[in-house]
Design a protein around this ligand. Sequence first.
Ligand SMILES: NC(=O)c1ccc[n+]([C@@H]2O[C@H](COP(=O)([O-])OP(=O)(O)OC[C@H]3O[C@@H](n4cnc5c(N)ncnc54)[C@H](O)[C@@H]3O)[C@@H](O)[C@H]2O)c1
Length: 289
Amino acid sequence: MSTTTRAPITLDPSASLHAESIGHGKRYGRLQGRRIMVVGAGQRKTVDEEPPIGNGRAASLLFAREGAAIACVDIVQDAADNTCEQIIAEGGKAFTDIADVSDPDAIAPCLERCAKELGGLDGLFLNVGISHGLQLPDMTVESWDKNFGVNVRSHMLFAQAALKTMDPGGAIILTSSIASQRANGYNPAYEASKAAQIALGRAIARAGEERGIRCNVIAPGYIDSPMGRDASRRRSDRAVTVPFGRQGTGWEVGYAAVFLMSNESSYVNAHTLFVDGGHLSGIHRVNKT
Ligand SMILES: NC(=O)c1ccc[n+]([C@@H]2O[C@H](COP(=O)([O-])OP(=O)(O)OC[C@H]3O[C@@H](n4cnc5c(N)ncnc54)[C@H](O)[C@@H]3O)[C@@H](O)[C@H]2O)c1
């Protein structure tokens, strides 16, 4: 019996990096005239001197480059303003709206303000998400409720308000995580809230169907965003086996959102799109260290 020996492959992470992966893709007008709210449109500050782009900021910029007007909602004024200013500097349309989405009473008024200023609402990208990183023995009621208040309840309330306002043909996107499927992050409130979002996404799709409104969920894997870097600082082994020898970028999450927001995905509904390089399906590098 003959055996085949394969030459060792030297992995070049840059081989899987394309213009789109780093935010340099062409513009095609895929969202021309759309009016979109992005909740969590800023990005957190980190210790990095040159921070990578976050998922919410990247999606906001890409939506605007594809022709949409953007309401940039965030709790932090500077963070939302920064996204807004970048969109305007590129010739797009955007404004900032400040809301703390952990406050249930803040949500419907925020959506109404944004829809009024946008002149209607075609799209809602719910990107906001928090993680306290507390393991089960250390979990507190306050931390658990805060995670669920921001990651799940706010999404339900935004969707409830949007379904009253949105025009047929509209699209809602929730941002879950591969943490919804696995416990390896030792982060039960985050993992459980991210799993709940997938069920919530289906429920929103169910409620939106008769009005011609779709709802889908994006579940990113390991992304080199400010949030991802904070997580890696907590857990240095977090992303050592990632597919293609690199983490994903905020732009790659943003492009998935462009697709799900546009009419290109008009028959994609109640779906969870994993943007993880195939990690959950077992495509990962062997950790030899
Ligand atoms: N980075 C990753 O590796 C990764 C992986 C899987 C999923 N995700 C998901 O991606 C989403 C966030 O990605 P990001 O890169 O944009 O993160 P980010 O933390 O940089 O940005 C989130 C934004 O939400 C805002 N925010 C936080 N609490 C708020 C509140 N109470 N009200 C209003 N705004 C609030 C923050 O100010 C920030 O600007 C989350 O839902 C997260 O779970 C990230």
